[in-house]
Design a protein around this ligand. Sequence first.
Ligand code: UD1
Length: 453
Amino acid sequence: MAVHPLSFSPSCLRRKIPSLFYTPPPETIVEEKQESVLHIMGKAQLRGHVPISGAKNSALALMAAALLSSEGCTIDNLPCLVDVQRMEDILVSLGVKVRRCQGEIELDTSSLTNSQAPYELVSQMRASFFIIGPLLSRLGVAQIPLPGGCAIGARPVDLHVRGLQAMGAEVEINHGIVHASCSGGRLKGAKVYLDYPSVGATETIMMAATLAEGETVIQNAAQEPEVVDLANFCRALGARIYGAGSKTIVILGVPRLYGCKYTVIPDRIEAGTYMIAAAITRSEITLGPVVPEHLVALTAKLREIGVTMTMASPTIMTVQGHQGTYSGIEVETSPFPGFPTDMQAQLMALLTISAGNSVVTETVFENRLQHVAELCRMGANIRTRGNVAIITGVEKLSGAPVMATDLRASAALVLAGLAAEGETQLRGLHHLDRGYDRLEEKLRNLGALLHRD
Ligand code: UD1
């Protein structure tokens, strides 16, 4: 079977501006010592319905974008996650008044005065860097510590910075802090071509441009659903944004933004994870709400493997695992509408028990195959060469003690544990808590046997 060339596009950017790349010290990669263990008893059948929460990646961007408004706003369908709590803490540290009731958050941004984000909070979550665009736009100045990298790669911010510079911002990086300011207090619209369709950079530039003077055009923009959700949210605040979801986004700056009430889109990565839970346990479940167009690449690959998916209604999907043999496939991650890197680890868990050879090529992040070693502890047969994993299907996995290395890797290990014979003990649960809303409760309601101690 042909192995894909070892291509990794974003690394070429890395060579151009070395000073903007931050490699976190090892102590920031392991966020905190965790004693808790998730015990998963394999081979349980799943059945029933699983509710899908609001999208983590949308929620975080929307909360940052709320800073653009001088009135405030209400966001609902927020997932209950550690990362959302961290973003809330960052907003509070900037002077935002917050009222939160379950999935709804009211943000009063009228008294925003502080343009300096605290290192202790920002270093824990990369998405916190997203506040740089709104702060700069709204206050004309922002000081944000370089975000922590994470286990999946160095995760530079050069594209964010270059975009802001193109809009007239002066940016200096001193002692790990990004100091950004704009003379005259207002950014100027510009043409920004992204060397790579970075989600975060597209979002930073789009947010900054909403209050800039004149027209901004982002070329080679990211097309992810979360970018579209952010654009819709900003439009609800009064921004003039056209073309989000395509490769070219045009923003006409306005002098100020107002208030709104907005609902976060469903989390396509959470939905995808439960779709694979049904497949890997050869069960039938329904899940929703989902937006089927957000799941096209995943459903295509799952069909190729042998999973059946139908829409029971416009937003409820039925997923039916196959009782026979699944087929191995080839898959390469790429920006939307390609196969999402955030589903790569979970799909690989399913491929470990799919017949024949599968090839998974990770092209978005440089170091996102760390789950391979853990899956192998559970009996999987996987070899890696650079950013390519070659998986030879085995008949069954067996439960083992394993360590979560990052957010989606931890979901992959839970999925593998659901399918394995015997008990899997998963450690490193802080990763799971960052990004999966009540995962254990949702899985238990489907009939899975798992508990944390
Ligand atoms: C977002 C998502 C993350 C997802 C990723 C790709 C959030 C909070 N997180 O992350 O879950 O996996 O999109 O779909 O929305 N890059 C540069 N320079 C930059 C910015 C990025 O070289 O200035 C590189 C990155 O190192 C990476 C690639 O571009 O290799 C993609 O990153 P990007 O799309 O920016 O991901 P994030 O916005 O960080």
